[in-house]
Design a binder for this molecule. Structure first.
Ligand code: SF4
Ligand code: SF4
Length: 375
């Protein structure tokens, strides 16, 4: 059967309006009782990248998390809000991004996904063994609540990518290293998503993020949209189309198609609610595509690598020398002197530094040949 993806308009973060839109979206998929049973413990997994106010559009908005808390409770289940940010913990992020207030008011617990365990994953394309937070495995099911944002390495962070938050924050750099290049990392994201398989995904695209996302360097962009599906591969494909990107710009879609996992043909996806052509976003600012350096023939690699390669660039005026990027850089190739230094020869272009920089001081800079080609 063709997967279903719901697109709904929602213009503002007004609690009752968001609740109604989310409920209408879930109803089109069969209603919350189709996904949640009485007495179950459900993990609600927002994007809690860093603790910033909701207006920064870095984290899933409290109104969206609140709407799902209400729906899960109405279905007789227990909602538990949890994530594992790269730095700090989910409880602190929830306090800063406004979700803690909503969770307290509605009677939901907020937890940090902090206990790392290895799990066998025999179906995995990239890894047959994954490392996941025990708290995400011990629940009866997961509802995935991503924020629609750009992402330096993956192009966009949507439904599939948000499940990487169930890997404990301190262990994320090791998995970046284990995967190596961006396509392998995309395969690992698909493995993680399929292992955890959230029952339902609601994407907060009322105000998304464009430009130099997914952290403090990105710009909030009002889109007025909520997306819902049980199938993140189809869901992410539809959003890519709505934003006006090519299907393969999103690496998780590309590798899913290559590996025959899920539906990536837009004509085979059953769109409910709004039609794509009626909600198309114009002039959405995407990040530079970063991965072509890994596909060069070996003979050309050493000559063309630098001019063709994107790389992280630190804006010294905005850098406060907080050292966060140095601490989280997976291969440990950043150092702090009177400024932050990067050994570009060993940089794996994971853009964890960009993601976690609290000042938005890191951007992606293209090599000169790549800039020339892009003109
Ligand atoms: S995380 Fe950002 S502000 Fe902190 S040292 Fe790195 S570049 Fe500077
Ligand atoms: S410098 Fe940034 S992009 Fe390069 S490896 Fe370190 S964290 Fe990743």
């Amino acid at each position: 059967m063709n997967p279903k993806v719901v697109i709904k308009k929602c213009s503002e973060y007004i609690n009752d309006e968001v609740y109604k839109t989310v409920k209408d979206s879930v109803d089109l998929l069969g209603g919350m009782s189709a996904f949640v049973k009485n007495g179950e413990r459900m993990l609600l997994k927002p994007n809690f990248l860093v603790g910033k106010p909701p207006e920064a559009a870095i984290t899933t908005h409290p109104a969206v998390v609140g709407a799902i808390i209400r729906l899960v409770k109405e279905a007789g289940a227990t909602p538990i809000v949890g994530d594992s940010p790269g730095i700090g913990n989910a409880v602190k992020v929830a306090q800063k991004c406004g979700v803690m207030d909503v969770a307290k008011e509605l009677g939901a617990e907020v937890i940090d996904l902090a206990t790392s365990v290895y799990v066998e994953n025999p179906e995995g394309k990239m890894f047959k063994r994954l490392e996941i937070a025990k708290e995400a495995i011990d629940v009866d099911g997961i509802i995935n609540l991503p924020k629609l944002k750009t992402h330096g390495q993956m192009f966009l962070t949507l439904g599939v990518k948000n499940m990487f938050g169930c890997v404990v924050g301190a262990r994320k750099p090791q998995w970046h290293m284990a995967a190596g290049d961006s396509e392998a990392f995309a395969r690992m994201l698909i493995d993680t998503y399929l292992f955890l398989k959230p029952r339902l995904t609601i994407i907060d695209g009322i105000v998304g993020m464009e430009g130099n996302g997914p952290g403090s360097g990105g710009e909030p962009r009002k889109l007025g949209l909520i997306f819902a599906s049980t199938d993140c591969i189809a869901l992410d494909r539809v959003i890519t189309e709505v934003l006006g990107a090519k299907a393969h710009d999103l690496l998780t879609t590309k590798v899913a198609e290559e590996d025959g996992l899920g539906e990536t043909d837009i004509d085979n996806i059953n769109i409910l609610g709004e039609r794509i052509e009626d909600v198309k976003v114009s002039h959405f600012k995407f990040p530079p595509v970063v991965s072509i350096e890994f596909k060069l023939p070996f003979s050309l690699h050493s000559y063309l690598r630098k001019p063709l390669t994107s790389r992280p660039y630190i804006n010294k005026k905005e850098c406060t020398l907080c050292n966060i990027c140095v601490e989280i850089c997976p291969p440990g190739i950043m150092t702090k002197t009177d400024r932050i230094n990067i050994n570009y020869d060993d940089c794996i272009r994971c853009y964890c530094c960009l993601e976690m920089c609290p000042e938005g001081a890191i951007t992606i800079k293209n090599g000169w040949l790549k800039r020339l080609i892009a003109r």
